[in-house]
Design a protein around this ligand. Structure first.
Ligand code: SAH
Length: 223
């Protein structure tokens, strides 16, 4: 720890206390948030806000989710170190890194190549070796790797693509924001049981849209 880090350490501890106060009680989730340096996942100009409970821009019109939402979604997934997880929307890679601390393997897909490359560098720097990334359209799933015990979608669709629920293993859990309108999204938790799917509403959320297909220029390097 250098003197320059200490304001961030203080703000990180304040964030953890705030998350507890807001109802996050899973120690493993709070521990992962404490161990993953969010300042590495935000643009340099936002580093001083890295531990504020807010979403921050990461370029290409996308955002790294608010810490409370990352914590709620991670808690709702009920992860264990035996699980193989699938994330749609790598973005900055922050949520991916949290998952990587709590499960066996994470497969994450992103449709902006430039974001994926930056996330890849961060995982190398943090020595997170249980993450496999793919450039592509997550609405098509990842059939070669399915089924997954856990699936998390970090962008909202009017309806959940059926291939995603179909990619769940029996006993598996999927967490995703769903809604027609940006101001009217619900966080859903779907469990695949022997008799079928069971859906719960976890509360209102606000996410960037899940967009089918790839950006028009093919690499989206400039946004
Ligand atoms: N989990 C991310 C959140 C990023 S915002 C983080 O912690 O930073 C949602 C991300 O989903 C964006 O990066 C967006 O480009 C991506 N996305 C949207 N539609 C997608 C699709 N069909 N396939 C893959 N990624 C998609």
């Amino acid at each position: 720890m250098t003197q320059d880090d200490s304001p961030l350490i203080g703000s990180k501890l304040r964030l953890i206390m705030e998350l507890r106060r807001l109802g996050i009680s899973d120690q493993r989730v709070l521990g992962a948030i404490e161990r993953v340096p969010r300042e590495l996942f935000v643009p340099p100009t936002f580093v001083d806000q890295a531990y504020e409970n807010v979403a921050l821009p990461i370029g290409h019109g996308q955002t790294v989710s608010q810490p409370l939402i990352v914590a709620l979604m991670t808690e709702a997934l009920e992860l264990s170190d035996r699980h193989k997880a699938f994330e749609i929307g790598t973005g900055s890679g922050y949520q991916t890194a949290i998952l990587a601390k709590l499960c066996r393997r994470v497969f994450s897909i992103e449709r902006h190549r430039a974001l994926l490359r930056e996330a890849e560098k961060r995982f190398a720097e943090l020595r997170l070796h249980n993450i496999t990334l793919r450039f592509g359209d997550g609405t098509k799933g990842w059939p070669e790797q399915a089924p997954f015990e856990r699936i998390i979608v970090t962008a909202a669709a009017p309806e959940l693509p059926t291939i995603l629920a179909d990619s769940l293993a029996e006993g598996g859990v999927l967490v995703a924001p769903v809604g027609e309108d940006r101001r009217d999204q619900q966080l859903l938790r779907i469990r695949r049981e022997a008799e079928g799917f069971k859906t719960e509403e976890l509360g209102p959320v606000r996410f960037v849209p899940l967009v089918a297909g790839l950006p028009r220029d093919g690499n989206a390097g400039t946004g």
